[in-house]
Design a protein around this ligand. Structure first.
Ligand SMILES: NC(=O)c1ccc[n+]([C@@H]2O[C@H](COP(=O)([O-])OP(=O)(O)OC[C@H]3O[C@@H](n4cnc5c(N)ncnc54)[C@H](OP(=O)(O)O)[C@@H]3O)[C@@H](O)[C@H]2O)c1
Length: 302
């Protein structure tokens, strides 16, 4: 495995929820009156994220995935976390533009808008060298991870732009978009070409969303590494890497609430890791902005 260490920050590493990102205390009510749209909310990180936004006082969370029973289970967890948070879902595949367009329209019709969107649905196939890979499976990874994220971005953007304007007028922050990335976006691990290139593209897509929709639309987009979590997707990695799956799903869930609270707006358009302590990260604001860090660039200095 080769890596580019200079692309990672040397900060205190968090593995579970801690006070600064706790939606039940420091971030309590930060999602008050807000509507959150999450793909891949039937289990794992997406499910924990739905619960965290309910804990942070969201008015509504809208869930999508392909498994209806599992979406019902998430809805029950949301109701238990906060009976005031409304919850609805749509059973759909993120690779279908029409299905995501319809789900976004349904969410906006039910709840009157969308304040934050979380492109969380993901796919990781068993790792294989490019020359031995199955073409359908290789491309399926890009379809779910990149095309799926694109669909969510494309159809939620008008609602997010409205939220940005409305929340600014209220003295708050709105229009947040989270794209689930991976630490693998900057790694070169043999056999992971489909997944790691798809997440590298997600980081760049995040930068493009920011370039296209910053000033006029007020969008705040982040590419988020959630940590290493023992989910169905995570356990699809080779057995030797399972030792890295040590983080709680509540870590990225709380981090996502923090990203949508307005406290991280300065970092829009960048890759962030949920493992990084948000206090230490915030202390680096000026250095990150001055040096334009945490973005994809070709290394060409000799
Ligand atoms: N776990 C980790 O260590 C880790 C590390 C880095 C990045 N990530 C990223 O974090 C995100 C969440 O992953 P996870 O670990 O929570 O995995 P997970 O527990 O396996 O959940 C994946 C979710 O995506 C949904 N999904 C998959 N394919 C879909 C499709 N075609 N259409 C709609 N929904 C689909 C699944 O629901 P249905 O099957 O019901 O559709 C499920 O809700 C992914 O983007 C992943 O790449 C995870």
């Amino acid at each position: 495995m080769s890596s580019i260490q200079s692309q990672f920050l040397d900060l205190a590493v968090r593995h579970s929820r801690y006070p600064a990102i706790d939606p039940r205390s420091a971030l309590k009510d930060s999602a008050r009156d807000k509507v959150i749209f999450i793909t891949g909310a039937s289990r794992g990180i997406g499910q924990a994220t739905a619960v965290a936004f309910a804990e942070a006082g969201a008015r509504a969370v809208y869930l999508t995935a392909r498994s209806e029973d599992a979406l019902e289970a998430t809805r029950a967890l949301v109701g238990r976390a906060n009976p005031e948070t409304q919850c609805a879902y749509s059973v759909c595949d993120v690779t279908s533009a029409a299905a995501i367009e319809a789900a976004v329209a349904d969410c906006a019709a039910r709840f009157g808008g969308i304040d934050a969107a979380d492109a969380n649905a993901g796919y990781l196939s068993p790792w294989t060298k490019i020359g031995e890979s199955d073409p359908e499976s290789w491309w399926r990874t890009w379809e779910v991870n990149v095309r799926g994220a694109y669909h969510l971005i494309r159809f939620t953007l008008p609602h997010l732009a409205q939220s940005a304007k409305r929340r600014t007028a209220e003295g708050r922050s709105g229009g947040h978009l989270i794209l689930l990335s991976s630490v693998g976006a900057q790694l070169l691990m043999p056999g992971a070409s489909d997944y790691q290139t798809s997440k590298h593209a997600i980081n760049r897509l995040c930068e493009f969303v920011q370039v296209d929709h910053d000033d006029d639309d007020g969008i705040k987009c982040f590419a988020l590494h959630p940590g290493g979590i023992s989910t169905e997707l995570g356990r699809n990695m080779p057995q030797a890497l399972h030792a890295h799956l040590v983080d709680d799903p509540e870590l990225p869930a709380g981090f996502a609430v923090w990203l949508c609270s307005g406290k991280a707006d300065w970092a829009k358009g960048r890759y962030l890791s949920a493992n990084w302590d948000v206090g230490e990260l915030t202390a680096l604001t000026d250095r990150i902005l001055q040096n334009d860090l945490l973005v994809n660039r070709l290394r060409a200095q000799v």
